[in-house]
Write a protein that binds this ligand. Structure first.
Ligand SMILES: [Zn+2]
Length: 311
């Protein structure tokens, strides 16, 4: 019995001692001024903390944006001035990379460049963001003629020829039409541009200023881009020939033709049937197209221009 009483006493004692603790922990404290105030201050500090954090985030984001804008090499803020350099040709102004041509610029025209994308400058032209190829624009940071022009249909492996293309100052006006000169396309080049032993004269290291594309007599020949026929006639070496001046500044000379199907002054477009191939003239050993491409009066290697030649 004594054990029971003493146990009861201990239990009561525990209850009595622990009750205030329970009160303070669970019931009193939440309504005590201190706790509320703490709660309030906690809340307000939470709020102010949140505000500070938001501001912090905003500030950090702003700083990040600013530093990004500063660090982003594709954004020019403030804009930089570019001067167009295309010789006597014109520079296409496009809506995007190789996209629609909306206008053109001439040598000496200045543009406000606000950024770049790949090898294209983004310039504000007539209030619109337009694309112009970097290779034809000089800025304080990069002169014209230093950006490889790789046409869309060129595969990546031929981009190694880009250096040559630069030195030839390919002019991006309408580019090339992406069409083969021969139809059907030649299977191979029988004689490339450069020094060779002439197949007829046997003269060593005569310079072949064109590519020879074997084809069937009477087969179709196409214009390479939009342009105008500037000459058509006959010469002893080349036989029947045809010269087309393209809008991109280049000029093609086709010879050994069966006949031209266009006349001087005719406007032609990429892929247009302009002549029939053959074997006319002295300097030929078989039916083929001797295709010479000139830029500013100088013959350039047609294989370096991004024109599809063989298939
Ligand atoms: Zn030839």
């Amino acid at each position: 019995m004594n054990k029971i009483y003493s146990l009861l006493f201990v239990v009561l004692l525990i209850c009595f001692v622990s009750t205030p603790t329970l009160w303070s922990a669970e019931s009193v404290n939440p309504f005590s001024a201190g706790e509320v105030s703490v709660g309030k201050s906690s809340t307000s500090s939470e709020v102010s903390k949140t505000t500070a954090t938001d501001d912090g985030i905003k500030e950090a984001a702003k700083k990040d944006e600013e530093s990004k804008a500063k660090a982003d090499p594709d954004v020019f803020d403030p804009p930089i001035t570019g001067t167009v350099e295309v010789g006597n040709s014109t520079l296409n102004v496009r809506t995007g990379e190789w996209e629609t041509v909306v206008s053109s610029l001439r040598t000496g025209d200045t543009v406000s460049i606000v950024g770049k994308k790949g090898v294209w400058y983004k310039a504000i032209i007539n209030g619109q963001t337009r694309y112009i190829h970097m290779n034809y624009v000089s800025t304080a940071f990069k002169p014209a003629g230093k950006t490889p022009v790789v046409y869309p249909w060129q595969n990546s492996s031929s981009s190694t020829d880009a250096g040559v293309i630069i030195s030839q100052k390919a002019i991006d006006s309408c580019g090339w039409g992406g069409v083969y000169p021969n139809e059907p396309p030649a299977k191979y080049i029988s004689s490339p541009f450069g020094y060779r032993t002439h197949p007829v004269t046997g003269v060593r290291s005569s310079f072949h200023d064109a590519v020879d594309l074997p084809c069937v007599s009477g087969s179709r020949l196409n214009a390479l881009a939009s342009g105008v026929v500037t000459a058509s006639g006959y010469e002893s070496g080349g036989g029947n020939y045809l010269i087309i001046r393209y809008a991109n500044g280049y000029e093609s000379f086709y010879c050994h033709l069966l006949k031209s199907l266009v006349s001087v002054g005719d406007k032609v477009s990429a892929g247009e049937k302009v002549a029939l191939a053959d074997n006319t003239g002295v300097y030929t050993t078989g039916s083929h197209l001797h295709m010479r491409i000139k830029y500013n009066g100088t013959a350039v290697d047609p294989q370096k221009l991004g024109i599809p030649l063989t298939k």
